[in-house]
Design a protein. Structure first.
Length: 541
């Protein structure tokens, strides 16, 4: 019998009034693979807990020529899709990153404010940037949806003005400056007198890769650029929350050593990758268990951040991690080869992978203080549009909705014992992004059932994901004395390839039933959240 135990890092952070304090042990998840046919999930200690930042349920907008912004949020003339807005508002999204991603390097924010808006060929992803959904429209739309706007500012080594310190300062001044300042006055002239009060700004995006607009940057080169932008912004707007580009290897240490006093987050990007043939997930184990590699990497990076925060006196306001981009990318077999596409449907197995990642963020809270799934609409999105004023929810919409409403509060320790995969090679799992060599050669025992648990004012909630592609799993839950099961919510189907479509919009949805006992069975790739309480409660949407 072999135990798969993530390191018990002394990292627990208590969140209160926007402040964080390192003061206790971090709850951990233990997995033990056995030959038994039933998985036992045990809540180990309710007193040992860590706060979950709701911003782990963030999303990201990027005009990537896949109808995310234009053809998703709005049409090319800027007319809003009201159905999409309402569906996203119902999710209570905490934060929204924009204009993204790689697209920021071909985005000129000044072309997206004022009365003159002209379409421009987009040189990163192709198609057109119409600029009808600019800074003002983004912030106003965020207010309608009920989410915090988060603006990603380009910085790079190409000496272009729109990647300069001056441009960064002008953009921040436009959204947050007093109307008496030059750019605050221009915002006021455009019909928005009061400053928007945007809190979050990222400086750069994947600068270690380079693109058509700037060359690959070393950690030292990026840190030098970041320092120029961050010091200027913090001097004028000390309340601004700044995110710097994180990566792997020694990159994070170089960036934090040079710029740490000015940073609130380091960003990380993780993409599960899936090979799809005839709608079926190929070699499913390598994708369904991929969040295990992400968690192992996060634990490794968290350890380094913990050391930095302790040495430089940042325990009260520690630098944390933002998983600024994540999802499951599909490469679909066309009869000859696999090709990447953002247009493939979100199926039940995608919801299982999404649940696995959300469990990771819950278990690594609150050092993972933000995470932004891409995208809200179309592409890999939660919502799929039909025409200009219609839309329907994907499987991932329902999964996200359950987690956002039920899996908040404080994360607690979980122990999982049951059938699974022994000696799984973590570095072989299908993850692209900021994974480094720290897990190379590492073997882990991983149960088919993945679990995370939280406590809050309503009681106790336990999230369960069946990572088996072809076998239902029997589960027995063991919780502290005094708790009893109330309700179970599921995203489940008998077919792991089940998907919603414009013609069948409710094939996959969340189901709710009373929980009569502490035992249950989960279909392959299904997810369940079980609520426990000390008193009689009713829970419904």
């Amino acid at each position: 019998m072999k135990h798969h135990i993530f390191n018990n890092l002394l990292l627990s952070i208590v969140l209160a009034n926007g402040m964080t304090t390192l003061n206790a042990q971090d709850p951990i998840c233990r997995q033990t693979v056995t030959g038994k046919t039933t998985t036992t999930v045990t809540i180990t200690d309710l007193e040992l807990s860590a706060a979950i930042d709701p911003m782990i349920y963030g999303l990201m907008l990027e005009d990537c020529n896949d109808s995310v912004v234009y053809g998703g949020i709005v049409d090319k003339d800027g007319t809003e899709n009201n159905t999409v807005t309402k569906m996203l508002k119902d999710l209570q999204i905490p934060v929204m990153r924009w204009p993204a991603g790689t697209a920021i390097y071909d985005y000129d924010w000044k072309k997206g404010v004022g009365s003159e808006r002209r379409p421009q060929k987009e040189l990163i992803w192709g198609g057109y940037e119409y600029y009808t959904f600019g800074t003002d429209e983004f912030v106003e739309w965020c207010r309608k949806v009920g989410t915090q706007p988060y603006i990603n500012i380009p910085i790079g080594n190409n000496n272009a003005f729109n990647h300069s310190v001056e441009n960064s300062m002008e953009w921040v001044e436009y959204v947050n400056g007093d109307p008496k300042t030059p750019w605050g006055a221009y915002r006021s002239h455009n019909g928005h007198e009061e400053p928007y009060g945007v809190s979050y700004f990222c400086l750069g995006n994947e600068n270690y890769l380079g693109n058509k607009f700037h060359k690959v940057e070393s950690a030292e080169e990026y840190a030098g650029l970041l320092l120029l932008h961050a010091t200027a912004i913090k001097k004028k707007w000390p309340e601004a929350k700044l995110l710097g580009v994180g990566h792997k290897g020694s990159w994070n240490k170089v960036v934090t050593d040079k710029c740490g006093p000015y940073l609130d987050f380091l960003t990380m990007h993780y993409y599960m990758t899936a090979r799809i043939k005839d709608r079926q997930l190929q070699e499913p184990q390598l994708t369904l268990f991929a969040p295990e590699l992400v968690e192992a990497n996060l634990r490794h990076f968290i350890g380094s951040l913990k050391e930095y925060n302790a040495v430089f006196g940042r325990n009260e306001t520690p630098i944390r991690l933002s998983i600024d981009e994540w999802n499951c990318r599909h490469s679909v077999f066309d009869g000859n080869k696999y090709h990447f596409t953002r247009k493939d449907a979100r199926r039940l197995y995608d919801a299982a992978i999404m649940a696995g990642m959300l469990n990771v963020f819950i278990r690594t809270s609150p050092y993972v203080g933000m995470a932004n799934y891409i995208f809200p609409v179309n592409s890999h999105g939660l919502v799929k549009t039909v025409g200009q004023q219609d839309a329907y929810p994907s499987a991932c919409y329902h999964l996200y909705q359950l987690y956002r409403k039920l899996m908040t509060g404080r994360t607690v320790g979980v122990e999982v014992v049951g059938p699974g995969v022994k000696d799984l090679e973590l570095s072989a799992l299908r993850v692209e992004g900021d994974t480094d060599d720290s897990q190379k050669g590492r073997l882990a025992d991983c149960c088919f059932i993945d679990a995370a648990a939280v406590t809050n004012s309503d009681g106790l909630a336990v999230a369960l994901v069946n990572r088996s592609y072809d076998k239902a799993q029997k589960i027995k839950l063991t919780v502290p004395a005094g708790y009893r099961p109330l309700t179970v919510f599921k995203v489940s189907a008998t077919d792991v390839c089940a998907e919603n479509s414009a013609d069948n919009r409710t094939l996959l949805k969340s189901g709710q039933t009373d929980m009569k006992s502490q035992s249950m069975t989960l279909h392959p790739c299904a997810t369940a959240i079980v609520l426990f309480g000390k008193k009689q409660n009713s829970h419904s949407f």
